[in-house]
Structures are given as C-alpha cells and as structure tokens.
Design a protein around this ligand. Structure first.
Ligand code: ZN
Ligand code: ZN
Length: 368
C-alpha cells in the first residue's frame, strides 16, 4: 500500500472551530503503524469536545472511534499486534502505558501515566507525530494503541459501531453482571441506550424496558426492534408507576443511566431499582449535582450504584463478534455518513442543533 506524503485532517483550533488542513503523514519506526481510516464514529463526547467542554489542548485532530486498514507497519509492531498491511482493525481510544497501577488492575481507561486523556482524538497536534485522531485520512498507531481485528466484509458504517456496542456490553452487561432472569431498565434511547438494549438482549436478560421523551418516539420504536419488551414515554406516562406495573411491583434488577446532561434521571433511578438491584451511571452531566437524590432508597434497597467510564477490551471483543454475526439489524441504527469537510455539520446534527435532522449513529468517512 503506498502512503502519500500528506493527508487531509480536520483540526480543532478552539471551541466550535474546525478547519480542514493538509498535514504531513509521519514516518514510523519498528514499533508503530499507520492506519488508513475507513470510518470514524462520532458520539456525545465529540459534541462536548467540539463545544470546548473537555480539558483538551488545541489544536488537535479529534476522533476517538477509528476503524481502518493497516497501511504501513513496523516488523516488531506486526508481530506484537498480530496484524499486517491490509488488515482491517478497530482502534480503542485510550493509549495506556500498560504498566501503572490502574493499568495492571485492568482499569486502563483511567491510565494517566502519559497525561490526562492520552487517547486517540485527544492528544494535541503539537505532540509528535500529530495525527492522533480519527477525523483524518491517516492515523498514527502508537506502540501502546489497542487494536481489534474486524472482518473485511462488514460495511464500514456498521463495523464502526464496535464503539457504541462495546459500551453497551460494558455498561449494560459486564459492569452490572446482567444475565438470564434480570429485568433491565435503560434510561435514554440514544445510541448508547440502544446499544445497551442489544447487549442486554444478547446476554439473555429476561425483560428490557426503555424510557424516553415524546420526541424520542422513533428511537423507542427502534429499541423495540432491537429487543426491548416495553417502552415508556416519560412525558405522557407516570414512569415510576409503569415500571412497578411491568415488574410486578419489584422494580428493575439493573438500571442503566445513559441520558446526557440532565441529572434528574439519576435521582429517578433510585425509585426504579429493585431491592438488591444495580444502577449503572454512564451518562455525564457536566459536573452538576443531582437534585432530589434520596440516599435512604439506596440504604433500604441495598442498591449498588456503579460508575462506568469508557469501554475495555472484552466488551469490544463481544461487540465485534455480534457485529460480525449479522444477527442484529444494526444498519437500522446507522443514520448518517459524512465526508471530512462536513465534520462540523455532523456534530451539530448529533447535538440536535440542526432543526429537522436527527441522527442516532453517524460517522465520518474520510476516504476520497
Ligand atoms: Zn465516542
Ligand atoms: Zn497505565
């Protein structure tokens, strides 16, 4: 595969400032590789980064959900990763050191050995060799980048769902230990909520319920397509009462909170959870505190509240197996693909800033 000397990349120069630039494609040594990017998924974190809400140094090439084919690789890197030129891989966002205490404990998404947010899409352009993010035609793969092989025959827009689906498996299955017999309640039907439904269904959950707003009707319908047994429109129905009715008065064994920004659903989760149940908090709220948080409900129900930050390798592996199986009509969730020059529009649609346009899962497709 011939690699050009320069490539196009979207560079974020400040809050709400994206510029398409031509950047040098770096030389690589024996331990690294270059990825030719086929698609880069975008999610709520991209919208936060675009708005300037994340502690990221500008300029930076954003994009933390890349999928592509190996364009160039050092011999040692090829042996270590077990991949070669032409292989298709999904790339995890974190670039962990692999040696520190949190890495050794398996919590490598929290590794800070090389600084806060040392991850694809967040390392500044000024840190050599610059092409760290997925909003570009080529991506630099660091010796500590984590790769997963993906079969070449899956359409890129579906294959790149390894990221949201991986989150579904980690947040809705792995962390709360969901299995047969569990009733799972998912708060919020966005891409992470739908991924949680798919993962909980794959894990054999007994009953799945999803809540949303009136304007979420198409997403709630999709949740049913993916295996939800019941959906609740919280603006039209008394959600606490409906959850009680649907669970014979017990509540949900597992509650997954994946709604963005609004802290209220966190307090509501305490009312929905069954005695001995688990609540997973994965939606970030901009560091707002939670009003009406009744801690006595945690005590009296012996509920467990579990935080979820990012996704780890076993969940990605489960997601990729499910994608490759073709068992779930994932393409129905994939709503938009954008060329690099439309990155800004892609993010604004995702953030709900473009009237009349709603996206569920979307990605950038950098290849010309
Ligand atoms: Zn993301
Ligand atoms: Zn580490």
């Amino acid at each position: 595969m011939t690699v050009p000397r320069t490539c196009r990349a979207v560079v974020q120069e400040g809050p709400r400032q994206l510029v398409l630039r031509e950047l040098p494609v770096p030389e690589i040594d024996d331990d690294a590789a270059l990825l030719r990017i086929e698609a880069c998924g975008i999610c709520g974190s991209d919208a936060e980064q675009y708005a300037g809400l994340l502690p990221v140094t500008f300029p930076v090439v954003p994009g933390h959900e890349p999928l592509g084919t190996i364009a160039k690789i050092g011999d040692r890197a090829a042996r270590r990763w077990g991949v070669d030129v032409g292989d298709r891989v999904a790339v995890e966002a974190p670039i962990p050191c692999g040696r520190c205490r949190v890495c050794l404990a398996g919590r490598y998404t929290m590794c800070r050995a090389r600084g806060t947010f040392f991850a694809h899409g967040y390392v500044p352009l000024a840190t050599a060799p610059g092409l760290w993010g997925g909003y570009a035609e080529y991506l630099y793969l660091d010796p500590c980048s984590i790769l997963h092989r993906v079969r070449a025959d899956v359409p890129a827009g579906v294959a790149v769902m390894f990221n949201p689906l991986g989150a579904g498996f980690r947040w809705a299955v792995e962390i709360p230990d969901t299995g047969p017999g569990d009733t799972v309640l998912v708060l919020g039907p966005g891409q992470r909520g739908l991924a949680s439904v798919i993962a909980a269904r794959a894990a054999g959950a007994d009953r799945i319920i999803v809540t949303g707003l009136t304007r979420d009707a198409p997403k709630l319908a999709l949740a049913e397509r993916f295996g939800a047994d019941h959906v609740i429109d919280i603006e039209r129905e008394d959600a606490r009462r409906r959850v009680k009715e649907l669970t014979d008065g017990r509540g949900a064994d597992v509650v997954i909170e994946v709604s963005a920004n609004a802290p209220e659903p966190v307090a509501e989760a305490l009312h929905y959870v069954a005695p001995g149940g688990r609540i997973v908090l994965a939606g970030v709220k901009g560091f707002k505190s939670v009003p009406d948080f009744v801690s006595d409900l945690v005590v009296m129900k012996e509920a467990r509240i579990l935080g979820a930050f990012g996704v780890t390798s076993p969940a990605y592996a489960a997601a990729i197996r499910l994608i490759e199986s073709g068992r779930v009509p994932l393409a129905e969730m994939h709503t938009h693909e954008f060329p690099l020059e439309d990155a800004e529009r892609a993010i604004r649609i995702l953030a709900g800033e473009v009237p009349g346009e709603t996206s569920i899962h979307s990605c950038l497709v950098p290849a010309r």
